[in-house]
Design a protein around this ligand. Structure first.
Ligand SMILES: Nc1nc2c(c(=O)[nH]1)N[C@H]1C(S)=C(S)[C@@H](COP(=O)(O)O)O[C@H]1N2
Ligand SMILES: [Mo]
Length: 196
């Protein structure tokens, strides 16, 4: 009984830490053995680590759905980010002063062309989803008519090196006060939905 209590304590303790890891995990990624359907299971807090996705699907309420690879991303309007930090909702900084190369999410969405049916048809939300089921949500207004959008990049290179641990491409929303929640590693899709 005593052992069980200690075991439960240790498990709860490690789950608590997993919510906001301070350093990048050294665990091995095993893309072939990890289930690609993980995103259909319950995902409140206990997300597993993701696995690299060789491409990002741009889909949903768009005229031209398309697939992004690191190669095709490099042919778009690539911008350099001088510096970004990743700060968790709790205030813990997990990454500091990273340099990066990537493309604005608004440029990607302009290429896909959101199916707007008129001037006032602007209640869309954009979900950026990862292979582990993690996701971030943006509204059309904050991306296109607000400063937020000027800092949202799909990146493929950090500090001069391709991304490895966090997948082929990751997303950063650099103008958020806390950048952790909408920092998405292992991005696999960018989905556009109209509010119903
Ligand atoms: N795919 C994916 N991205 C994620 C998470 C996750 O669990 N899966 N955790 C988020 C949280 S809670 C934070 S604080 C930051 C931490 O980023 P880092 O651990 O890569 O520095 O990533 C965010 N991006
Ligand atoms: Mo976090």
């Amino acid at each position: 009984m005593k052992h069980l209590r200690i075991f439960t304590f240790v498990v709860l303790l490690s789950l608590g830490f997993a919510g906001c890891k301070q350093t990048n995990s050294q665990e091995n990624k095993t893309p072939t053995t990890q289930s690609a359907t993980a995103s259909t299971t319950s995902e409140t807090d206990a997300l597993t680590e993701g696995y690299p996705s060789p491409n990002v699907q741009v889909m949903g309420e768009v005229e031209n759905p398309f697939t992004i690879t690191v190669n095709s991303l490099q042919r778009l309007d690539v911008k350099s980010l001088q510096s970004f930090d990743v700060v968790c909702q709790t205030g813990v900084t997990t990454q500091e002063s990273q340099e990066a190369k990537g493309v604005l999410l608004t440029d990607i969405l302009e290429k896909a062309v959101i199916k707007r049916e008129g001037h006032k048809d602007r209640n869309f939300y954009i979900v950026v989803r990862a292979t582990d089921g993690y996701m971030a949500t943006f509204s059309w207004i904050e991306l296109f008519l607000n400063n937020t959008g000027k800092g949202v990049y799909l990146i493929y290179e950090k500090n001069g090196k391709p991304l490895e641990e966090t997948g082929e491409m990751e997303l950063i929303s650099n103008n958020d006060e806390k950048t952790g929640p909408r920092h998405v590693s292992w991005v696999k899709s960018i989905e556009v939905y109209r509010v119903k």
